[in-house]
Design a protein around this ligand. Structure first.
Ligand code: DX5
Ligand code: ZN
Length: 220
């Protein structure tokens, strides 16, 4: 298993101060920056698209972890790769030809992730688990930051960790997204998570940089 990755989500940042928010992340101990793209169709909210990602990219050399909550993501993969994504995560529920979509992401030189909603079973990923770089377990229903953590995500994390190791994928990132805080992070890590997204917990805290350090420090 890899070391713990902390991926603050810019969805919770102050977009009017995006430059200084990204600068803060750049100076922080966060290894990744999580970027939530929403289309108003797959999820009931619209966030931002390519120009914002390109702007973020100009101000950081951190790993850009792009989470696509959009239908037909295959139409836009090339543009997300060009905009600077290192990891592109698509939703299992949005991709009828998920295996092909994974291959497309990899052919663009990016790492490939697949996300599952709270209502989607972990075993849906069984036949592709050996092919992906990251599996993302949603611990809230996607669409909004600041929602309450769904505790069943801990059981799903355990099941996913077991499944990945049975499939021989010991390099996989197991990422949890939604309502993550210092209150549930230790249980998630214990269950096998090695990448944690944190939006409001980081950006709404008094000292976001220090909050990131605390999360990073959970695994020594
Ligand atoms: C939710 C997004 C999350 C969100 C997390 O649809 O995928 O990445 O930004 O925000 P918090 O940590 O506030 O739940
Ligand atoms: Zn996300």
């Amino acid at each position: 298993m890899k070391n713990l990755i902390i991926a603050p989500s810019v969805l919770a940042a102050d977009f009017a101060q995006l430059g200084s928010e990204v600068q803060m992340l750049q100076e922080s101990k966060a290894q990744w920056i999580h970027i939530d793209v929403m289309d108003g169709v797959f999820v009931p909210n619209i966030s931002f698209g390519f120009p914002v990602i390109e702007a973020i990219k100009k101000h950081t050399d951190k790993f850009l972890d792009v989470h696509l909550m959009i239908v037909q993501p295959e139409k836009y993969l090339e543009q997300f790769a060009k905009a600077g994504a290192h990891m592109i995560t698509v939703h299992f529920e949005a991709c009828p030809h998920i295996h092909r979509t994974i291959q497309q992401i990899k052919s663009l030189g990016c790492q490939a992730g697949v996300a599952i909603n709270p209502g989607t079973p972990v075993h849906s990923l069984r036949d592709i688990i050996a092919d992906i770089d990251l599996a993302l377990i949603m611990s809230v229903n996607p669409g909004f930051g600041g929602q309450q953590f769904i505790p069943n995500a801990i059981n799903k994390t355990k099941e996913l960790a077991r499944m990945a190791s049975e499939a021989g994928n010991n390099k996989i990132y197991i990422e949890i997204d939604g309502g993550v805080s210092l209150a549930n992070a230790p249980a998630l890590i214990e269950a096998g998570a090695n990448a944690l997204v944190a939006g409001s917990f980081v950006f709404n805290s008094k000292d976001p940089k220090e909050t990131i350090s605390q999360l990073v420090g959970l695994v020594k």
